[in-house]
Design a protein. Structure first.
Length: 311
């Protein structure tokens, strides 16, 4: 029998404990199976011990990062024989310690979830940005609690998606009802030509990967930087712009592989404007399927595109 691990991460007061407790009350978890909860930080909220006793849940508290070891997990596996494991990780601990340990036999990481406090998100992004980015890198789900009308969801979505395109984003209500974060697009998808403005490149690129059906075989005009490797076929090149989700050491290239009607006559990092359509096809550059931009026309862009993408 395989034992799934649900790994929760997030900074202090992100609402991890309350969210986990609400999860443990749901029928999918309150099913009589032995659940082991490993809590790695002592937050404001405390777990309901009566709930744990009723639903066959064992709580283990760890106070020191050095205690999170392969030997400890093996001991817990033998002692409690859990059928699922929930880990409330300490948001200030080194994430490598959660992934470098050797798991007991049949244990496996089923889902990595990151909780974010909407009230303090921008403050933490300004002061602890690199730490939050490390959380986002390994997240399957990013859940924002206590979302305010002023919470900058576009900034959150952009920061997450620029370094982890596979992560799904949700808001969570006071009753822990989750809703996906969908961004209103700044252009008309029904238009004959989708002209992506310079300031909307990041939004367009993320939506392209999230919802490729929005753009398949539609006319698209977009501006970015030209790159061609010596190994690329003469009529193929890479196109895109850069994003800096964390710091200068963490710059990401938000790019597309392009097939041109002929050999393009540009130098690497030239700012160009391309017009064409997108198809979803296998490509070595993506190590699988991805968007291929079939270029109908290519010209030098009126403005330089070397500045970082904004969200």
């Amino acid at each position: 029998m395989r034992i799934p691990i649900f790994l929760f991460n997030g900074l202090l007061e992100a609402g991890k404990t309350a969210f986990i407790e609400s999860l443990l009350e749901k029928p999918a978890f309150a099913d009589g199976k032995n659940t082991l909860v490993i809590c790695c930080e002592e937050g404001v909220e405390k777990y309901n011990k009566a709930l744990f006793q009723k639903n066959h849940i064992t709580l283990i508290n760890l106070e020191e990062e050095e205690a999170f070891t392969s030997e400890l997990l093996e001991e817990l596996a033998n002692t409690y024989e859990p059928q699922r494991v929930v880990i409330e990780f300490n948001g200030m601990w080194n994430l490598e310690s959660a992934f470098d340990v050797t798991l007991p036999e049949n244990w496996f990481l089923y889902q990595s979830l990151v909780l974010v406090n909407g009230e303090t998100f921008e403050l933490y992004m300004n002061n602890m940005r690199s730490l939050m980015i490390e959380h986002f890198k390994i997240a399957d789900l990013v859940i924002i609690n206590r979302c305010l009308p002023t919470t900058n969801l576009a900034l959150l979505r952009g920061a997450v998606k620029s370094i982890n395109g596979q992560a799904r984003l949700f808001t969570s209500s006071k009753d822990f009802v989750m809703e996906p974060i969908e961004e209103e697009l700044p252009y008309d998808l029904s238009a004959e030509l989708i002209d992506v403005a310079k300031e909307h490149y990041g939004t367009w690129y993320i939506d392209l990967w999230d919802h490729p059906e929005h753009y398949m075989k539609k006319k698209i005009k977009v501006r970015g930087l030209f790159f061609q490797q010596p190994t690329d076929p003469k009529d193929c090149f890479n196109f895109g712009r850069f994003a800096m989700p964390c710091c200068e050491d963490d710059i990401a290239f938000m790019g597309l592989y392009c097939k041109n009607i002929g050999k393009p006559r540009f130098q690497n990092k030239d700012s160009i404007e391309i017009l064409g359509e997108i198809r979803w096809e296998p490509a070595e550059v993506y190590e699988g399927d991805g968007p291929i931009f079939y270029v109908k026309s290519i010209v030098k862009a009126e403005e330089q595109q070397e500045d970082m993408v904004a969200f």
